[in-house]
Design a protein around this ligand. Structure first.
Ligand SMILES: [Zn+2]
Length: 250
């Protein structure tokens, strides 16, 4: 049995047996893993509110040989998402981060850039201020997974978009120019292409000094979300919740 203590982000829990829970954790050192938290559903004494999705914790767990689940002994809260007001938009954004991380990360594969991305967007996801962190996270996770196509040139002819819009489709990777779009293509505005470029060059703290209303870069969110769903080969439930906010993410 190997005891570990690791910084981690709680992604999801499932009830199991009478009072236990399976917990999906994104640990900084060992990547995503699943553990069993005994009696956590019955007694909140050991875990308190630490198993709420997107809680940043210090997790103590024991690995057993030839067993897939670790035994989660305790979780100390470092930062809880519940320490700040939660409105519907913030709850939907947090659920979106948790679902995307759960679905994209392979087990037992440490991904420190993704861990730092998650902490950065968590810090900036506040009630009434979700569109920058959702956009920033969507773009960066797509890029860190290696799924972000060239945003500067037409996939078909190689021409640079050079200040004009680009076009994308739900079923295909990459962007095309005005000439090579088809009836199913949707536009990605020049302003959104420029926003994407700035997101890849700046920290979220720098960008947070600007206004990010819901309409800003909505086409960019749709583009990255379609890309994520295509690579994951499934719909993201949390994206539908974000869409109910009246945004264009779905
Ligand atoms: Zn073209």
């Amino acid at each position: 049995m190997i005891p570990h203590q690791a910084e981690a982000i709680v992604l999801r829990t499932w009830p199991v047996h009478e009072a236990d829970q399976i917990v999906s954790l994104f640990t900084r050192d060992q990547g995503k893993l699943k553990g069993i938290a005994k009696s956590s559903a019955r007694s909140r004494r050991r875990f308190g509110g630490a198993l709420e999705p997107m809680t940043h914790v210090l997790a103590s767990y024991v690995e057993k040989p030839r067993q897939e689940l670790v035994r989660l002994d305790s979780c100390e809260i470092l930062v809880s998402p519940l320490s700040e007001p939660v409105d519907y938009a913030r709850a939907a954004a947090l659920a979106f981060f948790a679902e995307v991380l759960e679905e994209t990360l392979p087990d037992h594969d440490p991904q420190d850039p993704v861990f730092r991305l998650a902490l950065a967007v968590l810090e900036h996801t506040r009630a009434g201020e979700v569109w920058l962190p959702v956009t920033y996270f969507s773009l960066w996770i797509t890029r860190l997974m290696g799924w972000m196509p060239d945003l500067g040139h037409c996939l078909t002819c190689g021409r640079a978009f050079a200040g004009g819009p680009a076009f994308f489709q739900a079923q295909a990777d990459g962007l095309v120019c005005h000439e090579h779009r088809n009836a199913a293509s949707r536009a990605l505005s020049a302003a959104s292409l420029s926003a994407a470029d700035r997101i890849f060059r700046n920290s979220i703290a720098v960008l947070a000094a600007e206004d990010w209303p819901r309409a800003r870069a909505a086409d960019l969110r749709r583009f990255t979300l379609q890309s994520l769903e295509r690579h994951l080969e499934r719909k993201l439930h949390s994206a539908a919740a974000l869409a109910r906010l009246g945004s264009d993410v779905s």
